[in-house]
Design a protein around this ligand. Structure first.
Ligand SMILES: Nc1ncnc2c1ncn2[C@@H]1O[C@H](COP(=O)(O)OP(=O)(O)O)[C@@H](O)[C@H]1O
Ligand SMILES: [Mg+2]
Length: 277
C-alpha cells in the first residue's frame, strides 16, 4: 500500500515516486547547540516533493527545534538545509517562507479579533501583487486583487468546510476549528513544503480522523510535501510514507511506518520505562 523508500547518495531516503526529482527538502548533518546542550545533532533527512513525512519522538526530543531551524527562527550551528536544491544559508524566516516553507505552531497563533477570512488574507498579503499606492488610491488593480484574494480565501477555507465561517471572529471559533484555520493560513502562502507541529493536539478522535483525511487531501490537491510532528500514532502510521524518530536530538530510526513500528530502538525510546517495570 505504501510506496517504497529508496536510498539517496547522502545518508537519506526518498519515496520511490519522487526519487527522480530534486527533493523539496534535504537536511545534511544539521545541528544546533543551546549553551552546552546539542538540542539537535547530525540531523539528516530528505523529503520527496509529494511526500507526507512524520517526525516523532518523546517530549523534548528536539522536534520543534527542527521546525525552528527549517524556518530560520534559529540559524543552525552546523550543517546544511537545501530547499528545492538551494542552500538556505543566510536566509531569513520571511525569505524561506517566500521560497516555499509554511508552518503551523504547537500553540495556536491566530489574530483572534480578525475574522476567519481576514486571518487568511493577511497571510496571503505578502504574496499579492498590488502595491501600496494602488491600495491607497483604490485603483482598479486593487479591487481586482482584493476580489481574487476573497475568492482564494473562500476556496482554501472550503477544503476544511469552513467557508460559511468566513465572517466569524477567529477567537470565537471552537478549538478544533482554530487548528484547521491555522493550516489554511499556512496554505495561503502557497507553500511547497508544509510543516505541521502537532496538528491533532487537543482534538477529539472524530476531529483527528477528519484531520487525517484533510492532510491527505491537501497533499493530493496541491501536490506539495508535508512534514508533521505528531504524537497520535494512529494518524502518523496511517498517513506518513517516511518517518524519522528523534530522541535526545538525534535520529534513532528512519523508514516506513512498518520499519518504525518494529524497530527495537524506537520501542525502547517509547516504552523503555515500562520494560524496566
Ligand atoms: N531557545 C532555546 N533555548 C534553550 N533551550 C531550548 C530552546 N529551544 C528548545 N530548547 C531545548 O531543546 C530541547 C528540545 O526542545 P523541543 O524542540 O521543543 O522538543 P520537542 O518539540 O521534541 O518536544 C529541549 O531540551 C528544550 O528545552
Ligand atoms: Mg514540540
Amino acid at each position: 500500500m505504501f510506496p517504497k523508500l529508496v536510498p539517496m547518495p547522502s545518508p537519506n531516503l526518498l519515496t520511490e515516486r519522487d526519487a527522480d526529482k530534486t527533493p523539496i527538502l534535504e537536511c545534511i548533518n544539521l545541528g544546533i547547540n543551546f549553551g552546552g546542550l546539542a538540542a539537535v545533532e547530525n540531523f539528516n533527512m530528505a523529503i520527496g516533493r509529494t511526500e507526507i513525512t512524520g517526525l516523532i519522538g518523546p517530549n523534548g526530543a528536539g522536534k520543534t527545534t527542527v521546525f525552528n531551524l527549517l524556518t530560520k527562527v534559529y540559524q543552525p550551528t552546523k550543517g546544511t538545509i537545501l530547499l528545492d536544491g538551494n542552500d538556505t544559508h543566510n536566509m531569513t524566516t520571511a525569505q524561506v517562507n517566500r521560497a516555499g516553507i509554511a508552518r503551523t505552531f504547537q500553540n495556536i497563533r491566530l489574530f483572534n479579533d480578525l475574522t476567519v477570512e481576514e486571518n487568511v488574507t493577511v497571510a496571503m498579503n505578502a504574496h499579492m501583487r498590488y502595491n501600496m499606492w494602488t491600495g491607497i488610491f483604490r485603483l482598479p488593480a486593487f479591487w481586482k486583487e482584493e476580489r481574487v484574494a476573497h475568492e482564494r480565501a473562500l476556496e482554501l477555507l472550503s477544503i476544511f468546510n469552513m467557508a460559511d465561517l468566513a465572517d466569524t471572529k477567529a477567537g470565537s471559533l471552537p478549538y478544533g476549528a482554530q487548528r484547521r484555520l491555522e493550516i489554511v493560513r499556512a496554505l495561503a502562502t502557497n507553500p511547497s513544503l508544509l510543516l505541521l507541529d502537532e496538528p491533532a493536539a487537543g482534538m477529539n478522535p472524530s476531529e483527528t480522523a477528519e484531520l487525517m483525511e484533510n492532510i491527505r487531501k491537501i497533499r493530493d490537491t496541491f501536490q506539495i510535501a508535508i512534514l508533521l510532528i505528531e504524537h497520535d500514532m494512529n494518524l502518523v502510521m496511517n498517513i506518513c510514507e517516511g518517518i524519522a524518530v528523534l530522541n535526545f536530538g538525534r535520529i534513532i530510526a528512519k523508514g516506513t511506518p512498518e520499519d518504525i513500528q518494529s524497530n527495537p530502538a524506537v520501542i525502547e525510546a517509547y516504552l523503555g520505562k515500562q520494560k524496566e517495570a
